[in-house]
Design a protein around this ligand. Structure first.
Ligand code: ATP
Length: 365
């Protein structure tokens, strides 16, 4: 069992606040992603869970026990660093045994444990090799092995695949995820790569400027973004934002955009002023019936689909269309939007307005 609760955790370095009052829960066995742009406070959050930094305020619980101010050695959490710190003068077996021998574990037990971990990772054949000559992937496996042998309650990983090239990175990501599924150990994983987070994570926390913007499953975060930041950061191309001035009332099913009435999910908030109509590229349909029109600026062929960039009265917009659909630069095309997938935002705060689509997610988040 390893449930981790983060409650109002804050970290200040002098005058600078790296993490502002974060709260979220990592359930036992989850592969949990901390996602956000560089400098947003992901690593600091991870280091506070591991005990490498102490929070300025707030609490961290591991299986209901408060560990906020405990040193790393008393937390039973393994930290896997980006730069794998292996002992270069030892072979693989010794690298794996060392953490156990230094804990005073009897030799026979060490041998059995190393054999078990080597088998989990598929590295039995390289146990007697020096780590110096290993491939990147094998070094990665040995580094993970060093964390696994101690049977920690949870693993912390800080961009463990960051240094790898794209193809190999994808392979190792699959391997890591498969390993997690076999072992079922709670894992917290830092990345700035939204695709990696979406592919690997059971849950994602999206951070920006020291603040947790949203926390949920990949699908919740993608389909029901709580803020414009999340809507923009997740997805490629990201969500389109059509800006307009207007008002919405509780119960509204439609809004008016440049004189055209467009359907939206039933609204649950009132708002007036600068608003944003948010729609993902795959929910924009190029359709002669659409009275709302845009001019084709560019097309980008992607194989089965294409991305069509259009100029509209409310800003530039990207549509994902089947690659067979003909769209010529300069042509004016009617657009319709999948109304039940639209999110309205308040531009000044960047927050999503509550609707039938996102109410449950926003109320929980
Ligand atoms: P990256 O992916 O670039 O590492 P990150 O989201 O992991 O980004 P953090 O490493 O948590 O970000 O850093 C958050 C902010 O806190 C940064 O502006 C960083 O410069 C600052 N920071 C981190 N550690 C310290 C420290 N020991 N002293 C002062 N400032 C720090």
């Amino acid at each position: 069992m390893a449930q981790i609760i983060i409650k109002n955790v804050r970290k200040e370095f002098g005058d600078f606040t790296a993490v502002k009052d974060s709260s979220f829960t990592i359930e036992d066995g989850e592969f949990f992603m901390l996602l956000g742009p560089s400098g947003c406070g992901k690593t600091t959050t991870l280091r506070m869970i591991a005990g490498l930094e102490l929070p300025t305020s707030g609490e961290i619980y591991l299986d209901s026990e408060e560990i906020s101010q405990k040193p790393p050695s008393q937390r039973d959490i393994a930290f896997v660093f980006q730069m794998f710190a292996l002992y270069p003068h030892m072979n693989v077996r010794k690298n794996l045994s060392y953490p156990l021998v230094s804990q005073g574990m009897p030799r026979a037990a060490v041998k059995a444990k190393v054999a078990e971990v080597a088998s989990i990772l598929g590295i039995e054949k390289i146990l007697n090799k020096p780590v110096g000559g290993l491939s990147g992937g094998d070094r990665q496996r040995v580094a993970l092995g060093r964390a696994i042998v101690r049977d920690p309650k949870a693993f912390m990983m800080d961009e463990p695949l960051g240094a790898l090239d794209a193809e190999f990175r994808e392979h190792m990501a699959e391997e890591l995820r498969a390993l997690h599924d076999r072992m079922g150990a709670t894992t917290v994983y830092v990345t700035h790569d939204q695709l990696e987070a979406m592919q690997m994570g059971d849950k994602i926390v999206v951070m920006n400027n020291a603040v947790v913007e949203q926390f949920g499953t990949p699908q919740e975060i993608y389909d029901k973004p709580a803020t414009m930041f999340v809507a923009d950061f997740i997805g490629s191309p990201s969500m389109n934002f059509l800006r307009y001035e207007g008002s919405v009332n509780v119960g509204a099913h439609a809004i008016e955009l440049n004189g055209q009435v467009l359907g939206v999910p039933r609204q649950m908030d009132n708002a007036t002023g600068k608003l944003v109509f948010g729609v993902r590229p795959e929910h924009v349909l190029l359709n002669d019936d659409g009275a709302y029109r845009g001019e084709v600026l560019a097309t980008e062929y992607l194989g089965t689909t294409q991305i069509i960039t259009l100029d509209t009265p409310n800003g530039e917009l990207k549509a994902r269309a089947p690659s067979g659909q003909v769209a010529t630069v300069g042509e004016k095309i009617g657009l319709t939007f999948k109304s039940d997938a639209v999110t309205l935002f308040e531009e000044n705060t960047g927050r999503a307005l509550r609707s039938e689509l996102n109410d449950e997610v926003l109320s929980n988040g």
